[in-house]
Design a protein around this ligand. Structure first.
Ligand SMILES: *[C@@H]1O[C@H](CO)[C@@H](O)[C@H](O)[C@H]1NC(C)=O
Length: 131
């Protein structure tokens, strides 16, 4: 009898935890990211990939304030980041540390929408861009 009661108690506890988690992080709906450190890390990661696949000789950099940053929990974690980017004064073949780069004087800014799908348990970490 005691065992049965404890199992039942465990079940209720697990259910309560699931409800709490659900309350703070709704499954399926994108929510605004609020953690500045996390947003910054995401921006650095996204721009590193953008510069890697971009054939331009100059690095692109971004305005420090993102236009949009959301996260969405589905079967994976989906991060969406919209940045205002522009060409920097750093030539890829000369400069390696992008932190020292500034926008070119006449740099046209454009919006870059990035999606980062992360599912560590399936070794997935994929970035795509809407251009
Ligand atoms: C923000 O994100 C960083 C990096 O992921 C993490 O170490 C830190 O604990 C987070 N801070 C808060 C307040 O959640």
């Amino acid at each position: 009898m005691f065992v049965r009661i404890s199992l039942f108690a465990c079940f209720i506890a697990a259910f309560a935890v699931a409800q709490t988690t659900k309350y703070y992080r709704p499954l399926g709906a994108p929510v605004k990211m609020t953690n500045e450190t996390q947003i910054h890390k995401l921006a650095v990661k996204v721009m590193a990939f953008y510069n890697q696949i971009n054939s331009d000789d100059y690095y692109y950099i971004y305005d420090i304030t993102p236009l949009e940053a959301t996260e969405q929990l589905t079967s994976a974690m989906i991060y969406r980041l919209k940045l205002k980017i522009g060409k920097s004064d750093c030539n890829k073949f000369v400069v390696t540390d992008i932190k020292a780069c500034n926008f070119q004087d006449n740099a046209v800014r454009k919006e870059l929408s990035a999606k980062n799908v992360v599912a560590p348990w399936e070794k997935i970490d994929k970035i795509t861009f809407d251009l």
